[in-house]
Design a binder for this molecule. Structure first.
Ligand code: MN
Length: 341
C-alpha cells in the first residue's frame, strides 16, 4: 500500500499588502495542494492522509471550502482514498458545508473515528487538549485487536518536535506526547501541527510539514510531503520537496536617529519574495514608522513586511546571522525503517 501524507494546508491563508499579493499567496496553497494530488495520481498512491489545519480559520469562506472540496472530489473519482482530521486552526472542527459534500472514499473526521482500509486500520481524531486520554483509548483498542495494523492520524505536539531558525525544541511540556503514550503495537503516527517536516520518536511519529510557509519562522524549511510504502512486515518513508515561495529576512540595526540615513539606502529589498525588514536595537518613533510605509509603498513591495509594526516595540534578533541568504534548497530523506510486527 502507498500512502501520501500531508498536513497544514491552511487554505484561505492570506498575506500581502495588495489584493493581488493576497490572492497570489492564497492561491499558492491551493496550487501546492493540487500539485500533491497530481503526484498522488502519478505515484499511484492508494490513500492520502491529511493531518489537520485544513483551513487557516475555523470559519473559512464558502469559496475556499468549495475550492478545496472540488480538488478532493476528483481524487475520489480516481479511486484514491482521502482521510483528513481538523487541527487547532480548524478549532477541531471542519465546516458542515464541507462534510455535506459527501463522496465515497472521502473521510473528514470531526470525531474520533476508526476506518478499515485493505489490511490497515486508520484511527483519526481532531486536535485535542487532552491527547493522552485519546492515546489511552487507542491503546485499549490496540490491545483488544492485536492483529490490526494501526496508523494514527492526528494534529498534536510530540515531544522533541523542533521549529524555527534556532531549532527550538518542544520538550517537557504537559501538552507534548511521549513515546510511552503511544500504543506499542501501532505502525506509525502521521501528525499535523508542526510546520517543519520531521520524524520523531524512533520513526514512530512523522510530521509531513505544511505545504507552504505561513510564518517567517519557517524561512529555512523545505516544504513537501511524505510517501509511505507499506509492505507486509515493514514500511519505508521518503520526504519529497515541492516548490514554495521563498522568504528573506534582513536586519537593520537602528542607532540613534540613523533610520533616515544611509543604512536603509543600502538595503536591497527583493520585491519577488516574501521579505521581512527587521529594525532592531531600539524602539521606533511614529514618524519613523510613517517614513517606512512611505519609502516602501505597497504597490511596489506587495510582499514586504516590517517589524516591529508598532513604534513602542523593541526587537531582539530572533534570526541567525545572514538570514537573508538562508534559503537553502535542502532536500533530505528519511531512511526506511524496519518495523517488524
Ligand atoms: Mn498549522
Amino acid at each position: 500500500m502507498r500512502i501520501l501524507a500531508t498536513a497544514d494546508s491552511h487554505f484561505g491563508y492570506i498575506y500581502g499588502r495588495t489584493a493581488q499579493a493576497k490572492n497570489l499567496i492564497t492561491q499558492h496553497f491551493f496550487d501546492s495542494f493540487e500539485n500533491l494530488l497530481k503526484i498522488a495520481r502519478r505515484e499511484k498512491v492508494d490513500l492520502i492522509l491529511h493531518g489537520g489545519d485544513f483551513f487557516n480559520k475555523s470559519k473559512p469562506k464558502k469559496k475556499f471550502i468549495a475550492k478545496a472540496f472540488n480538488l478532493i472530489a476528483r481524487l475520489s473519482d480516481d479511486g484514491i482514498n482521502f482521510v483528513a482530521i481538523p487541527g487547532n486552526h480548524d478549532r477541531s472542527y471542519l465546516p458542515d458545508t464541507l462534510l455535506s459534500y459527501f463522496r465515497k472514499n472521502v473521510h473528514f473526521l470531526n470525531t474520533y473515528s476508526i476506518i478499515e482500509m485493505d489490511d490497515i486500520t486508520i484511527i483519526g481524531f481532531p486536535y485535542s487538549n487532552d491527547p493522552v486520554s485519546v492515546m489511552n483509548k487507542i491503546s485499549r483498542f490496540a490491545k483488544n485487536n492485536p492483529s490490526k495494523k494501526i496508523i494514527i492520524l492526528c494534529h498534536q505536539l510530540f515531544d522533541g518536535a523542533s521549529f524555527g531558525p534556532h531549532n527550538h525544541i518542544f520538550t517537557n511540556r504537559p501538552d507534548t506526547l511521549l513515546t510511552y503514550h503511544l500504543p506499542s503495537t501501532i505502525k506509525f503516527v502521521v501528525s499535523g501541527h508542526i510546520h517543519r517536516s520531521q520524524t520523531l520518536q524512533n520513526n514512530k511519529v512523522f510530521y509531513p510539514g505544511s505545504i507552504g510557509r505561513t510564518s517567517f519562522m519557517e524561512i529555512v524549511e523545505p516544504k513537501g510531503y511524505l510517501i509511505f510504502e507499506l509492505e507486509e512486515h515493514f514500511y519505508s518513508t521518503n520526504f519529497y520537496e515541492i516548490p514554495s515561495i521563498p522568504m528573506e529576512v534582513k536586519d537593520v540595526e537602528v542607532h540613534k536617529a540613523a533610520l533616515f540615513s544611509s543604512e536603509l539606502e543600502n538595503c536591497e529589498i527583493n520585491p519577488d519574495v516574501r521579505f521581512l525588514l527587521r529594525l532592531i536595537g531600539r524602539k521606533l518613533t511614529e514618524n519613523e514608522i510613517k517614513y517606512l510605509w512611505a519609502k516602501y509603498p505597497a504597490t511596489e513591495y506587495p510582499l514586504m513586511s516590517f517589524s516591529p509594526k508598532k513604534p513602542n516595540m523593541m526587537l531582539r534578533n530572533l534570526y541567525t546571522k545572514n538570514q537573508s541568504s538562508l534559503y537553502p534548497n535542502i532536500s533530505y530523506n528519511y531512511n526506511g525503517s524496519k518495523n517488524n510486527p
